[in-house]
Design a protein around this ligand. Sequence first.
Ligand SMILES: [Zn+2]
Length: 272
Amino acid sequence: MPTNPRKPGDGWAGRNLALAVTQTVSHHPTCCNVCGQPFAEGTDYRIWTARYELELEVDRAEASKLQIEHRRHEYLSATCGCGYKTQAMPGHCVDESGWGVALTEWHLCGPRLVSFLVCLALSLRVSRHKIQGFLRDWLGIDLSTGTINQCIHEAGRAVAPVVDGQLISELKAGDLLHIDETPWKEVGQLFWLWVFVSAQRVVYQVGKRHRLVVQQLLGDVFNGFLMTDGFSVYRIFPQRLRCWAHSVRKARALHQCLDIQGQTFGEALLLV
Ligand SMILES: [Zn+2]
């Protein structure tokens, strides 16, 4: 592996120069950007830029195995009869407020490799540093922890419309929805991690400890039942069930308190 001249974690996304290119993909402009005339067969295309991509491939032909493809994407240009030179460009999304990462094909990691990083980081809870070592030892690629972190955040932006639309509408369609929240620190700031769990879907939301978080996700009307603790923000919904685990915890606390009446009531609750 080549030596990364910068510090690990500084966001440098240098490619793995020792890795041979396994595939070359050409991107042609289809028509003139000015007059719209399609480029005919035999057009004189010229390479004007190229990018490299690491992508995870799953070979299922015989025995399943993971392998890394190192692709060179070549972008070509062509000159129209009107005299305008049109260049094929890597795709990208426009900037959106609230996001510090861009969605663009000018990126070292391909979509399947990014999904793999997300799985390691979020489903398996592997640290960025350990992911870096895993990729180096098992797949022979060298990514900085900054690049790995950036991939995970970009994936978050890419799937945001799915979370906002499909997942939340399916969550709201459930008959019973469990909600809870717990402290969550991000960049030294205290937020709250909310979890909304139905029989089929789980949605996590980081935000303030305020009823607006629940309202913005569920709207003003929820036709099913909520199963929650006694936090007052849930009282905006009339159909509520009190979480049994929270009630048992409170009953145990009462049973252990110094007040005799409280002890008796707590004990009675625990026997229910
Ligand atoms: Zn033209």
